[in-house]
Write a protein that binds this ligand. Structure first.
Ligand code: ATP
Length: 235
């Protein structure tokens, strides 16, 4: 479904991602883990069209999308839930949700998606007319995910969805991701919470200073010590 080959992305003279290759097959949850500054967000941003790669190709459903405009990539079926959620605090929950559907022209379909998100996230349904700034961190994360789903994507890119959330809320967020996959969505999940992310994934890639240092199934990467060593670049 998603096939990234030899991706290199730079900020001026700083090469943040170097020859990274990864793939997501249909219906998979694929995790990208690694320490701060490893290049996880940069990789996701390039897939979403927010950054132009220096080298490499990004294929989605057999078509090259590298360098295409973000709205074009959304229209093709790839939606990003950005790090830090980027909720518009002074807009209502409903207005935030509708911003996720600006690439769609089928008004009836948008209405249906809104109803679906309200059914999936009842807390958002209760607060549709309230300013999003009044939501808690966990509720804002639900809103950020629901907003991305409003574009009716087939691949969801999630950047650090557990960041800054209480452990119980993190459980809810990870449960939501698993449910979405059960509903047929494919997921590329970037996380610093490596152990949890790898455990829930079908396959994972470990990034260290812009390069893939290890990859494989959770079993291949190993639980506990093995995973921690990989994460720290010790193995
Ligand atoms: P984090 O979890 O902290 O977001 P990350 O693995 O997502 O880490 P990136 O944010 O992709 O890492 O950063 C990779 C490298 O690129 C780092 O060295 C970072 O300092 C640098 N970098 C990121 N964004 C920019 C930017 N806008 N301008 C210049 N350098 C940047």
């Amino acid at each position: 479904m998603l096939d990234v080959k030899g991706l290199t992305v730079a900020y001026g003279t700083l090469t943040a991602v170097r020859a990274v290759s990864l793939r997501v097959d249909e219906g998979e949850i694929v995790a990208v883990v690694g320490p701060n500054g490893a290049g996880k967000t940069t990789t996701l941003s390039a897939v979403a069209g927010l950054l132009k790669p220096r080298h490499g190709t990004i294929e989605f459903e057999g078509r090259e999308i590298q360098g295409k405009a973000p709205e074009d990539i959304v229209r093709r079926g790839v939606a990003l839930v950005p790090e830090g959620r980027h909720i518009f605090a002074s807009l209502t929950v409903e207005e935030n949700l509708l911003l996720g559907a600006t690439s769609r022209i089928d008004r009836a379909g948008v209405r249906r998606s809104l109803d679906e998100q309200c059914a999936r996230f009842p807390i958002l349904a209760d607060r549709l007319k309230q300013h999003a700034g009044y939501l808690s961190g966990g509720e804002q994360q639900q809103l950020a995910i629901a907003r991305a789903l409003m574009s009716s994507p087939r691949l969801l890119l999630l950047d650090e969805p557990s960041l800054g959330l209480a452990p119980r809320i993190v459980d809810d967020v990870f449960a939501t991701i698993t449910e979405l996959r059960a509903g047929g969505l494919s997921v590329l999940l970037v996380e610093q919470n490596a152990t949890r992310a790898v455990a829930m994934s079908d396959r994972a890639y470990v990034l260290g200073t812009g390069r893939v240092t290890r990859s494989g199934t959770p079993e291949q990467l190993g639980e506990g010590g093995g995973m921690a060593a990989a994460y720290l670049g010790l193995s």
